[in-house]
Design a protein around this ligand. Structure first.
Ligand code: PGA
Length: 253
């Protein structure tokens, strides 16, 4: 199903108390105000998940997501968190393949494909991230690069599994830099992604896929980005840490 989604990626920010305060402010402002075709997802650090889930639970159309999960179900993998653990804790979404995971933790397309499958097998909705660096954008190979990320991680999914997935296009040069992709750049890439998905999964499934934009999305630019025909919402980093900004972005449709 294609939804309008605004997801907040808190990254490694906020103590537990600060996170609860933020979630309370967001819940208070959004309670009863989110239309049924729209969803809001909060993705705090692992240790905050249950506390934040409890705060947002009563608010319709607000969901809880993790920022990562491992590609194995259990075992001697010190420091990792598995998809079945997230499932058992009642988590709804999981971000997979954020460029910071790919960059700092060397996560490869193949490994991310495993994580996506693991998440889907445990009823988590993956928010699969893709996007190119500035260097790749400047040498003009960004469309091919993003297509390859999709090809090597999600093209082997069954249509049924693919239909559960959310995609987030996040150009690395726009993440946390204050430099946003123009509406033209965002729409152009989202359309290319949808075309590539159509070739692989067919017109209906590609048309139903939710594709989010991420990268310095803020209350000042969200409205025009979300108005692009192939942009279904946003994955928000910095601006998700301030309740007023995040709520304003949610209200940008
Ligand atoms: P940003 O981060 O909004 O701070 O640019 C987006 C993201 O990394 O998901």
């Amino acid at each position: 199903m294609r939804y309008k989604i605004v997801a907040g990626n808190w990254k490694m920010n906020k103590t537990l108390e600060e996170g609860k305060e933020l979630a309370n402010a967001i819940s208070h402002n959004l309670s009863g105000k989110i239309p049924s075709d729209q969803k809001v997802v909060l993705c705090p650090p692992f240790v905050h998940l249950l506390a934040i889930k409890e705060i947002i639970n009563p608010v319709d159309n607000v969901f809880i997501g993790a920022q990562n999960c491992y590609s194995k179900t259990s075992g001697a993998y010190t420091g990792e968190v598995s998809a079945p653990m997230l499932q058992s804790a009642g988590i709804d979404y999981v971000i997979i393949g954020h460029s910071e995971r790919r960059g700092y933790f060397n996560e490869t397309n193949a490994e991310l494909g495993e994580k996506v499958k693991m998440a889907l097998a445990h009823d988590l909705t993956p928010i699969f991230c893709c996007g190119e660096s500035l260097e790749i954008r400047e040498n003009g190979t960004h469309f091919d690069y993003v297509k390859q990320q999709l090809q090597e991680s999600i093209f082997s999914l069954t249509g049924e599994d693919f239909s559960q997935l959310v995609i987030a296009y996040e150009p690395i040069w726009a993440i946390g830099t204050g430099k946003t992709a123009s509406t033209q750049q965002a729409q152009e890439m989202h359309q290319r992604i949808r075309n590539d998905l159509e070739v692989q999964f067919g017109k209906d499934l590609a048309g139903d896929c939710t594709i989010l934009y991420g990268g310095s999305c803020n209350p000042g630019n969200a409205q025009e980005l979300f108005a692009c025909p192939d942009v279904d919402g946003g994955l928000i980093g910095g601006a998700s840490l301030k309740a007023d900004d995040f709520v304003a972005i949610v209200n940008s449709y």
